[in-house]
Design a protein around this ligand. Sequence first.
Ligand code: ADP
Length: 312
Amino acid sequence: MSLQIRNLTKIYGQQRAVHNISFEVAEGEIVGFLGPNGAGKSTTMKIATCFLPPTEGEVRVAGYDVTDSPMKVKSVTGYLPEHNPLYLDMYVHEYLSFIGRLYGLSGTALKQQVGDMVERCGLTREQNKKIEALSKGYRQRVGLAQALIHNPKVLILDEPTSGLDPNQLVEIRKLIKEISQQKTVIFSTHILQEVQALCNRVVVINRGEIVADDTVDRLMQRQGDTVTVIAEFEQGVSVEQLQQLAGVIQVKQLGAGKFSVVAARGADVRPALFRFAADNNLSLIGLKQEETSLESIFHSLTAPSAVEHNQN
Ligand code: ADP
């Protein structure tokens, strides 16, 4: 196992940030660590990278315990913290050499490793610039390069794409995908499409507790209690008329002639809507069942009203 977290609890003063969580990440996996703000993601990542001690529980990275062998853990872990702290007045090349030396690299090995990281992270043209002169996207590349400089087995990335513009976001995602071919990667994000694009597994944390740990596919198959159908008529139809149909729980008007029709799962209201249109001589110009999105699953797992349900 690349990462083993067992019964981890972290308490800051009076604040319990992480409560008795356990999960494992196997070698070569790329896992999305999801949760709303304040859920405990950064705290868990800081403990796994030896930036903070656990209050209780056990965390092992590549077999090394974070409490007993922090230097070993650091030697096998690359970490890109949230907000990417960089020395802005250093040059890119100079900064990467500095970080490489901190990890014990020197001479040709250091030169080669810095050169490789510059190339791999797309920094060739920027390597002689001061970090303060770089855009946010290039600063993230420098952050990834420093996390990779000592060729770690496990890469822990805390919101690596936050604050990037859409083009930078695509490039950094591509880079993470490439890196993940050879490493175990755990990254936190708020962007659910990113999880779908990059990972095969997600761990969802809410209020310091794990509320889901599954493959993206299986999570997508989790279904709520209702299904929503979007129906669009050419002519005016009232909400009340649609509410009369068998199986319908709720109707909302979305626009002229357009409605969202909520029904209990298992009760397919599409034939009823079709018959309603035919019987009333109406033109039904759209009828589509909404797919369960990762967003709606995430919401159902982490919305304040879901907490009580999840804790039962
Ligand atoms: P996330 O990364 O999911 O946004 P964090 O791990 O940063 O969550 O925070 C989890 C909880 O711990 C939050 O309630 C946060 O306010 C609290 N917290 C984080 N760091 C500290 C700290 N140094 N001292 C006190 N409370 C903290």
